[in-house]
Design a protein around this ligand. Sequence first.
Ligand SMILES: [Zn+2]
Length: 481
Amino acid sequence: MFGKYLKGIGAAAMSAAVLCSALTAFTPSTEDNTAVISASAAENLTIADLPEEYRDAADWIWNNRIVREQSTARHNTIFDQIVAGKGTINYVVRWQSYKTITYEQRKQFETLVSDSINAWTKWLVGYENWPYDHIDVKIVGWAVIDKNCLLDLHDDEVVYTNTEFYDSKNDTSNGYETIPDRLPNAPSELSRFDHFADMSYQYPGGLDKRFDMYLWATQGFPSIGGCGGDWGQRLSDDAYLNMLGGTGLHVLEHELGHGFGMTDFYGGEGELDGFPPGGFPGGENSLMMAGSAAKITDFDGWMLRYMWSHIKDEEGRFVIEAPIAPPTTEPSTDAPTVPVVPTEAVLTETFDDTIIEAGDGYTVFADHGRFSYNDNYYGPDESKNLANYEVGDVVSVTFSYKESSREIVSVDSLTLLENIRKEKGDVNLDGEIGVSDLVLLSDHLLGGKTFTEEQCFVADIIADGAVDVFDLTALRKMLIS
Ligand SMILES: [Zn+2]
C-alpha cells in the first residue's frame, strides 16, 4: 500500500528523496543534544514564553510555509501518532538490504529511534498540556527481503517477509551498490498510515500491534541524506548502521522533523520555499535547513512547540485520554471528560483545469491547496486513482473530502486534460516514441482510428494545426534519427 503511494506519483516522491540528499553538505564534528535537555527542563511553558526575537520568524514559517503547504493538515503527523498511541510510537524496520543485522544491533535500533523521537518531544514536556513526559518507542517488527539477514533470530521477534517488485530507476545511488529490486512490506491492516483517517478502525490484536511508521533502510543509497514524512524515515542501510555507532543522528532527526509537519528550507530568504526574512533567530540556524545545523536548535524546539500550540485545539483532532491536570487549582471531583469526536463534515469540490503540483500520499491542486488521499476510495476504476497522476498533469477533478483533515474520501470524476509526459510524436501516449506510434498515426490518417484532443496535439509534430501526412513523414524521420 505504501509502495503504491510512493511510486504512484513517482517523480514527485523521488524528487523529494533527491532533494533531501542535500544534507550531505553538512559534515558535523560532534553530536550535541545537551542544549535540548536544558532548554526543555522548564515547566508550564506556553506560547506566551516564546522568545520575542523568535516571534517573527516563527509566524512567517507558520503562515508562509506550514499553513500554505498544509504540512500539518493530515491527521497523521507524529503529534497525531503519539496521541493516538497514548504516548507511544511503534515502528517496523523495513530492511531493504541484503546486509546482515545482529540481534544486538536490532536492539540498538530501538534505542536509536527512541532517542531521536524523544530528542524532539522533550521540547513539549511541560508545554501547553502536552501529556507525555517520555514517548515509549518500540520496534514491533522487521520487514525483510531475506530472513537470513536477521542473525540469531529470537522466538519473540516479529518478521515479515512479503515483498513486492521495486523499481529504483528514480533513486539516487551511492554508485557502488545495487539498490535491491524487492521492497519488503508489513501487513497493511497493522499500518496506521493506511488507516489513520478512520478513527474507529480497530487494529487486529489491538493498538499495541499496530505500527505508526517505517524506519526504511535501503542498500545502495548515498550514506547521508534521505527522506521523511508521516509514513516514516528513509535513509541508506549504512546511514542507520553508522548511527548505531553515534554518527549522523541529526539526519534522522531532520527526517523526523518532516513527520511532525516541518518543512525543508531549500529556497532563498523570504521565498515561497525559502527561509524567514532575516534568517533564523537564535544564532544556531535550523536542523530543517539542510547543512545549516547538526542538531535540533533552540529555535527548532520552539518551532515544534509553536506548531503544537496551533494544532492542539483543532476540533476532533486530539483525543487525549489521560490528560495531565494543571496542578495550579484544587483537584476537581468531576471525572475527566473525554472529548467527543464530532463527525467530520464532508465537502464536494470541482476544480476545472487545475495543475497537480505535488505528490507522495497527498496532492496539491494549483491555487486550491493540499489534499491527502488514500488509495482505497477509487474502487476498481484506476482512472480515478490520483496516485496514477503526476506533478505537472492538468486535470479536471470532482471529489469529496473531509473538511478539517482535507482527506479525500472519494473521486467522482477525474479527467486528464494535459499529460506532463506528452511529447510530440508519442501518439499512443505511452511515454516513448516508437514504431507503434508510426503505425497508429498511419491508421488515423487512413481513417481507421479516432484521436483524442491530446493525441491530436502530440500527433501534430510539425505544429501547423493539422494532423496530416507531413506529420507522418516527420515522425518517420524522428524514428530514423
Ligand atoms: Zn528534508
